[in-house]
Design a protein around this ligand. Structure first.
Ligand code: F6P
Length: 514
């Protein structure tokens, strides 16, 4: 790790750089789009020599050659290379909790023993998935997957993305404690053929445990003789799952060193494997591994996730942008913005450095977004003519996901590319209400096909982008103490013990609590 002095000098260098517009940057370098496009590839099938991949075009961001050189100096000063090796080498990167962060090992990017352990756990998950498909727990046609945050957002995204055509088991992911969510899942399931997957790293989260208890009661109330026999637990706390009553043969553990929002590739992905089959799940891991390999090997601006982190910091710290928007021009990625919100905001929404000192600038931007083209007809007005400067990521698939007239996909892609071009070019007008300022940045991700490998690659890309940003800012992306205070106060409200402010007291009385 570099010293604070080193990084301060790098930031001073960055702040002193001239600001060129996107038009000026393109005029100065006609090859800019090539120089700032990266491709990460993976085999189409395991062992195949044909490859598929993802192209990322950063040229419509304001990163100049000088800015990139200065960001490379920042990465050097911040000790990026050593931090990256420490991450993959299983060192303690989560300093506040004294833990490694071994999500990379889940897809083969880690130390030998960590990768072996992950492979063994994956093989065990595969055996259970296969056994269930073959009827070991009776006929299973539905699964209610109960979890929240990192124990739900990844599975919900992957299932929505990968099972549009066919699901081997119909999975309903339920997260909210609001009983309406679970009731809706009940309506879509037959209790006779429903499995309950309880996903919780800690196996103590109140929403998940309450929902799990209600799901078991629903099975019992509907005549299922041994509801407990229909439960699978996905957790880093197997002892707690045993205490709760889950049979050890149906507990799929994962290591404590895998953080909740980084856990999709662990047994938290069990509902995904159940719905898609293990081959698809392994393809997702292969796509993620391809990104890890690139992230480990490429240096400086050649490294796509690091380059994305440079752009992120450029906009938050040098241009004062408070948000970053992500628009997936693909229905299958509709839940990606939700997933990225947790990944980025829970990881990098911090105010202190790893040493406990106040940070020296803004940290994570607020991630938000939606689906194109829908969002064009709802929020893009603000992107084009509003007063906020908002860097946008566009994500699209070259191959269509639908079997309709090819016009559908062509219009989708045309619109995606048009938005990036329009944001950058703008359009003058004598009528101020009709003028577009332009010079608004975007990055475009084009996957060859939005399949399991591409989804794994997109997820790993954003994990590594988030990690790279954290290193550059000197913060710990792997803890989340900010979520604890609200949970503690909720408990106080439940018990009625504790001092409450007058507003909260009045609201408690009105809501019949306390
Ligand atoms: O409250 C936040 C959080 O701890 C997230 O970090 C986590 O993904 C989620 O709750 C669920 O936690 P668990 O998997 O332990 O139930």
């Amino acid at each position: 790790m570099g010293t604070i002095g080193d990084t301060a000098a790098a930031w001073a260098g960055l702040r002193g750089l001239p600001q060129a517009s996107l038009a000026e940057l393109f005029a100065a370098d006609p090859g800019r789009h090539e120089a700032l496009t990266r491709r990460i590839a993976w085999p189409v099938q395991p062992g195949s020599s044909a490859e598929a991949g993802m192209r990322i075009d950063f040229s419509k961001t304001h990163l100049s050659d000088a800015a990139l050189t200065a960001f490379e100096a920042l990465a050097e000063a911040a000790g990026f290379g050593a931090a990256r090796e420490n991450l993959f080498g299983g060192g303690i990167v989560n300093v506040t909790e004294g833990r490694a962060a071994t999500h990379g090992a889940l897809r083969g990017s880690g130390t030998g023993p960590q990768v072996e352990e992950a492979e063994a756990l994956l093989a065990r998950m595969g055996m259970l998935v296969e056994a269930i498909h073959e009827g070991a727990l009776g006929e299973i046609r539905h699964c209610i997957a109960i979890g929240i945050g990192g124990s739900a957002l990844g599975p919900a995204l992957a299932i929505d993305a990968l099972t549009r055509d066919l699901a081997l088991v119909d999975v309903h992911v339920v997260s909210n404690i609001d009983g309406l969510a679970l009731e809706q899942a009940f309506r879509g399931c037959d209790p006779e053929t429903t499995l309950i997957a309880v996903a919780s790293k800690t196996f103590t989260t109140i929403e998940t445990m309450t929902n799990a208890a209600s799901a078991l009661k629903w099975l019992a109330d509907n005549g299922v003789e041994d509801p407990g026999g229909r439960v699978v637990a996905l957790t880093a706390a197997p002892g707690k799952a045993v205490e709760w009553g889950v049979d050890e043969t149906r507990i799929l553990p994962f290591p404590e060193s895998v953080g909740g929002r980084y856990s999709l590739f662990s047994s938290i992905g069990f509902p995904v494997a159940l719905a898609t089959g293990m081959d698809e799940f392994r393809q997702m891991l292969a796509g993620a591994k391809a990104v890890d390999d690139h992230f480990r090997e490429a240096e400086g601006r050649a490294n796509a996730p690091l380059l994305a982190a440079f752009a992120d910091l450029y906009y938050t710290r040098l241009r004062g942008c408070q948000t970053r928007a992500v628009f997936a021009y693909d229905e299958r990625l509709a839940l990606l913005p939700d997933y990225l919100q947790q990944l980025e905001m829970e990881s990098n929404g911090k105010s202190v450095t790893v040493d406990g000192a106040p940070v020296d600038g803004a940290t994570a931007a607020i991630t938000w977004g939606g689906v194109g083209t829908d969002a064009q007809h709802a929020v893009f007005q603000l992107l084009h003519q509003g007063t906020h400067l908002i860097p946008v990521d566009f994500i699209a698939s070259i191959a269509p996901g639908d079997d309709l007239d090819p016009a559908h996909h062509r219009i989708l892609l045309m619109n995606c590319l048009a938005q990036g071009a329009a944001l950058m070019a703008g359009k003058p007008s004598d009528d101020p209400a009709r003028a577009y300022a332009g010079d608004r940045p975007s990055t475009t991700f084009l996957v060859d096909d939005c399949d399991a490998a591409a989804l794994g690659a997109l997820i790993a890309f954003h994990e590594q982008r988030t990690f790279a940003g954290a290193v550059l800012m000197g913060i710990n992306p792997f803890d989340q103490f900010g979520v604890e205070l609200g949970k503690a106060i909720a408990k106080q409200i439940e018990s009625g013990e504790g001092e409450f402010d007058p507003s909260t007291k009045a609201l408690m009385a009105a809501a019949g609590l306390g």
